[in-house]
Each structure stands twice: as C-alpha cells, then as structure tokens.
Design a protein around this ligand. Structure first.
Ligand code: PEP
Ligand code: MG
Length: 317
C-alpha cells in the first residue's frame, strides 16, 4: 500500500472514468508544504496566513511575508499555491489590529472586513504575494465574502498594487464561499472572481446558525446537512455559469463520506488536510462521475444530515 501511495503521489488525480479532480492540501507553514508534496498534493488550495500574524506585537512587514510565501511556493516546486488573505477577527485577536469587544464576533469584524478596516495590512499582504516568483504560481483568495462589492474592493486594491509594482500579467483572484449570501449569490460573484472555494466549516456554521466553537452546539454541526449541500450545489451551478471552477477547502474535503457527494455536486478541487491527501486521492480514483452524480441527487433529497451519512455509508461499501 505504501508503494502504491508513493507511486500515485507524483501523479495528477483522475476519477476511474477519467474526470479530472485536483487534490490539494491545506497549509499553515513551510514545513506543511514539504510534507504536502511528499503526500502527493497537487498544490495548496488554502494557505492559512494567520500563522504569520498571530502571537506577536506588530504585523509582519512585506519582506518577512514575502520570504515565508516564497519558501512555501518553492517547497511546492511550481505547484499552485492559493494564499488566503488574513482571516482573523474578534475570536483570533492580534494586539496591533484593534477590534472592539463584540457580542457576536462571528458576525462582526472578521475576514476581509478586517483588511478593509486596516488597508495598510491588506495592501502589504497583496504586495508580498505579488512578489512571489514565478508570478502566477501564487493565487489570491478572499475570506468571508458576503457580496460582489467586497470582491470589487479587493480587486481595486490589487490593481493599484500591481500598477505600483509594474505588473501587467493576470494574477488570479478567487473567493471563499463561507456565507449563505456568497453561496446564493455565487453566479454574481463568479462573474468577477477567477475561482470559488467553499469553506464548509464556516458555511455550515452560518447556515445552521451554530457557533463552531460553542461546545453546546458543536456536536450537532454537520456539513452534510441537506441545507448545506443545497448551498454547495447552488455554488457549483453559479460558478459553472461563468466557466469558473468550484473547490472545497473546508473540513468536508477531508471527510471520505463527503468526497463522493461533493464531486457529484460539481466540485472539482478538494483541498484536504495534509494527512488525508493520500486517502482522498485513492478514493477519488475509484469513483465514477455517473455514480457520484446519482448519489448527489439522492443526498439533496435527504431530510437530515444523518440520512445523508447513512446514504454515503451505503455508497461506500
Ligand atoms: C472554512 O471555514 O471552512 C475554512 C476553510 O476556513 P477556516 O477553517 O480557516 O475558517
Ligand atoms: Mg473559514
């Protein structure tokens, strides 16, 4: 099994009938990137950049960020690297980014909203990402988007910083789908975003109105809830209307029961934990598109997350 895993590690992932599904890894450091490549990841679908910003007295400057991103890009040896813009908020505070106490941090200043409140931090991060060579390996992803106006605001900042650095080439700018608004409005966002990647952790929390950090409800949170699946289906439909791809970089991409359903709904990129990459790749290569599309239709008609899990378990055997 180990030899087979090594053998498939260097290869792009295809379903049994040839359909291409990219299997990427989520990263939070340069060490993760080297391990991801060894595990067979085809790139990174989510670099969580918070590791550079938390537990310190001031924001990392452009040079420090650039060195970290470059080390990760180098470790990926040319594979795509999707860098998520800083995604912190009241629940993950940084002393140099003052956020007033909030009654509902999950609904307050977080994700890209923090970037808009601190434009210097946003601009510096964009500058650092644009300095990663070769240009284009690093793509930019915006967290916690609720509407097209926010995406436009980031694109305006990106265009300004590109001008300033004399960069004319296209640099991909995608969004995370983590709010019901982004899923329902996916067609509107896909008209202006280069790709959409679903953050199922937050999308589930906001759809079910259950705080992912609250132990009283965390046990009831399941991304395979039919309402979440319907939002994923809507996201894929909206993206494909504009020829954009949809990925998943939340926890569902690492859940073997969810993977066939996600592909059946139209997802073509899965960014899993580094540890789960070999298993997800092996699983995808055993699936056929026809069978997962039938499965996804049945899942969309299920009444509860438990019913979806039962369906997925029967499919797996
Ligand atoms: C998500 O919300 O699914 C996601 C990938 O982002 P994070 O877990 O970092 O909030
Ligand atoms: Mg999230």
């Amino acid at each position: 099994a180990l030899a087979a895993a090594r053998e498939s590690a260097g290869k792009p992932c295809h379903m049994a009938d040839g359909e291409r599904v990219e299997v990427f890894a989520n990263l939070a450091s340069a060490a993760d990137a080297a391990r991801a490549v060894e595990s067979g990841a085809e790139g990174s679908g989510l670099l969580r950049t918070e590791f550079l910003f938390l537990d310190r007295e001031s924001a990392p400057d452009i040079g420090e960020q650039q060195r970290e991103y470059q080390a990760i890009a180098d470790a990926l040896q040319g594979r795509p690297l999707i860098i998520r813009l800083l995604d912190i908020g009241g629940d993950k505070p940084a002393p140099y980014l003052p956020i007033a106490a909030e009654e509902n941090p999950a609904l307050g200043l977080r994700g890209i909203r923090v970037g808009f409140a601190n434009p210097q931090v946003l601009d510096d991060q964009l500058r650092a990402i644009l300095k990663v060579a070769p240009l284009g390996q690093a793509k930019i992803m915006v967290p916690m988007v609720a509407g097209v106006d926010e995406l436009r605001r980031v694109r305006t900042a990106l265009d300004r910083v590109k001008d300033e650095l004399g960069i004319a080439e296209k640099v991909e700018l995608g969004i995370m789908v983590e709010t019901p608004a982004a899923a329902i409005g996916a067609d509107l966002l896909a008209a202006e975003a280069d790709f959409l990647s679903i953050g199922t952790n937050d999308l589930t929390q906001y759809t079910l109105a259950m705080d992912r950090g609250n132990p009283a409800v965390a046990g009831s949170i399941d991304g395979l809830h039919p309402a979440v699946l319907r939002l994923i289906a809507e996201t894929c439909r909206g993206a494909s209307r504009h020829g954009r791809w949809t990925g998943v970089c939340g926890g569902l991409a690492s859940d073997p029961l969810a993977v066939p359903i996600l592909i059946g709904l139209g997802v073509r990129e899965l960014s899993a934990t580094v540890a789960m990459v070999p298993e997800v790749k092996a699983l995808v290569s055993r699936l056929t598109l026809d069978s997962v599309q039938v499965l996804a239709e049945k899942a969309l008609a299920c009444a509860t997350a438990e019913d979806v899990r039962t369906l997925a378990r029967e499919f797996a055997v």
